[in-house]
Design a protein around this ligand. Structure first.
Ligand code: DX5
Ligand code: ZN
Length: 219
């Protein structure tokens, strides 16, 4: 089954409790929480205290996407905030294997995020400690960016790599995932859709029955 994960930075950040509860009731599969440090990407979003604050409003997995330099310095903070899954950018650390191993040891689902131009060879020597790969289908930092067309082929290549090595690793796609791009990402092997302004939200507002319409589109 294709998993739907709203990107909460696209929701009404002034009333995340209501957004989380509405999305939970609507039956989303996970929540995607974008963390930005103004250095790895030129933007800031939320932090561990906000994650801790909204944790109580849903039991669905919290997927924390760390768009930060040296993520290894901050893993415990986000684990303690209530993260169930954490993706770290291969481009942001000299210690990818060690960081992923730590997440696994701490019972957290470990993800590797790859910017559009980052080759998939970054995955080769960590496949045994990866639970999911976050394929950035836009250049990270802001919602509403344009899909990078070569990412369709990249998703396919990652799927082939995972299957040829015999691992069970999900492929998450993140950025401009909407009705135009979903058929192509699914055809090439995506399993988890991070959904923001391209299908669930408009001007920070959750569209009426957006999850239901997306679910129907996926059938
Ligand atoms: C961008 C973030 C995405 C983004 C998705 O850097 O990682 O999660 O919020 O928003 P849309 O779907 O509008 O691209
Ligand atoms: Zn993200």
């Amino acid at each position: 089954m294709t998993l739907i994960g709203p990107s909460l930075m696209c929701a009404d950040m002034g009333n995340l409790q209501e957004s989380v509860m509405r999305l939970d009731r609507a039956g989303v599969d996970f929540f995607h929480l974008d963390i930005m440090d103004g250095s790895f990407v030129p933007n800031f979003t939320m932090g561990p205290d906000l994650i801790k604050r909204i944790r109580q409003f849903s039991d669905k997995p919290f997927d924390v996407h760390l768009m930060v330099e040296r993520p290894e310095d901050h893993l415990d903070l986000f684990i303690q905030s209530g993260a169930d899954m954490i993706s770290i950018h291969a481009e942001a650390t000299a210690h990818l294997q060690r960081s992923l191993q730590k997440l696994k040891n701490d019972g957290i689902k470990a993800g590797v995020a790859l910017n559009p131009s980052t080759p998939i060879t970054e995955l080769e020597h960590v496949l045994d400690v990866v639970d999911y790969v976050t394929v950035m289908t836009v250049n990270p930092g802001f919602a509403g960016q344009s899909f990078v067309p070569l990412m369709y082929k990249k998703i396919k290549k990652i799927k082939e790599l995972i299957q040829s090595e015999g691992y069970q690793i999900d492929i998450q796609v993140d950025g401009n995932i909407g009705f135009e791009t979903i058929p192509g990402v699914l055809k090439n092997g995506a399993d988890m859709l991070v959904c923001g302004t391209s299908c669930l939200f408009k001007n920070d507002v959750l569209l009426e029955d957006a999850v239901g319409q997306l679910r129907a589109f996926l059938e």
